[in-house]
Design a binder for this molecule. Structure first.
Ligand SMILES: Cc1ncc(COP(=O)(O)O)c(C=O)c1O
Length: 354
């Protein structure tokens, strides 16, 4: 058993050694000459999202805690991206993997999980957690439980975590210590890592977390009530949860902002014209919040930098965010937001209350 675990860890380390870090892209905003904006492009991991980092950490955590062995079936509750990355690592270690996901999960993600030889267990109700736990009991497997373990499986002090990587890549920039880091929350693991790292490394940068509709993270942040729930799921895949996930650490967040779903999707459509590429919905939520913060900085005469994440690429959302029929079926009207974004791009100012 121990020798298999040693080999498994060596395989993950060798895979890491073969991997490159992700790019930090600078996006020019000519109307804001005193503000530099950067996007950490997590879509370029081998499995296409920021969840590649988490999946690596969760497997190491499970292996080093003695919970994953040669015969273990690994089970996860996921909105899709984590499961794609975990399926990759399960295949690397020769383990069976089952993803428990909502039936509405995008076809592209399901196909990718299957590509890595993972099984998809799609359910009609919202309780992906309970079903994953039940399945793990039934199969005597290991429930990975990203929503609980994301914040503790990642080494927040450094060790090439995402915060460490961002600050290393910012070292030669005009404003190496950002005014704001901006992220959204699914498990809350990434925002926990960023917020803890800022304190540990004694940085002045502040952390803003953007929350989509149908998510209770912002309500909890304002009320302190951990028991708050929502009865509908988020339409922005990967972020926004109907319960306060254990990995969501409100005390390291300096500010939160609600971002309407239509605004997130309008932002990725607008970004396509600036970046010449497509990104996922949660990136739209991040960038919308970042734009609003930059407009505030501009108005207050504050110069500096702002960093956010491209969480995944847009190819997974061809049939949703990039499909006009899907938008009208969901009652999402983008034009007012596109006008506001264009106005911001050309003037540096924000119009309207949202
Ligand atoms: C596409 C996408 N964006 C953002 C997130 C949020 O990251 P975290 O779980 O670290 O809060 C996720 C998490 O699943 C995701 O899949």
């Amino acid at each position: 058993m121990r020798s298999w675990v040693h080999q498994a860890i060596a395989r993950i380390e060798a895979d890491f050694q073969r991997s490159a870090d992700t790019h930090l892209i600078r996006l020019e905003l000519p109307a804001l000459p005193g503000i530099d904006f950067y996007l950490k492009d997590e879509s370029t991991h081998p499995t296409g999202s920021l969840k590649h980092r988490l999946a690596r950490s969760l497997f190491l955590y499970g292996l080093c805690n003695g919970r994953i062995g040669e015969e273990t079936t690994v089970i996860e509750a996921s909105s899709g991206s984590t499961a794609v990355s975990e399926a990759y690592f399960a295949r690397l270690l020769g383990l069976r993997f089952i993803a428990v996901m909502p039936r509405g999960t995008s076809r592209e993600k399901i196909d990718q999980i299957r590509f890595y030889q993972g099984d998809c267990h799609l359910i009609d109700h919202a309780d992906i957690y309970g079903e994953a736990e039940r399945l793990a009991r039934e199969l005597n497997g290991h429930y990975m439980d990203q929503f609980t373990h994301a914040e503790r499986a990642t080494d927040w002090r450094g060790n090439n975590n995402i915060a460490d990587s961002i600050f290393a890549q910012m070292a030669c920039e005009r404003y190496p210590e950002p005014e704001w880091l901006v992220m959204s929350a699914g498990t809350g693991g990434t925002s926990a890592t960023l917020g803890r790292y800022l304190r540990y490394r004694r940085k002045a940068s502040r952390l803003c977390v953007a929350d989509p509709e149908n998510s209770v993270f912002l309500d909890y942040y304002q009320s302190g009530d951990r028991g708050v729930t929502a009865d509908r799921g988020s339409r922005i895949e990967g972020i926004g949860r109907p319960r306060v996930e254990p990995s969501f650490i409100a005390s390291v967040i300096d500010r939160m902002m609600r971002v309407p779903d239509a605004a997130s999707i309008a932002t990725i459509r607008y970004l396509e014209t600036l970046l010449n590429r497509r990104v996922g919905g949660s990136t739209g939520t991040n960038v919308f919040a970042a734009f609003r913060l930059m407009a505030e900085m501009h108005e207050a005469g504050i110069e500096g930098s702002v960093v956010t994440l491209i969480c995944d690429g847009g190819e997974r959302y061809r049939n949703s965010y990039y499909n006009d029929d899907w938008l009208s079926h969901n009652g999402l009207e983008l034009q007012p937001w596109l006008d506001r974004l264009d106005d911001f791009y050309h003037s540096g100012r924000w119009t309207g209350a949202d």
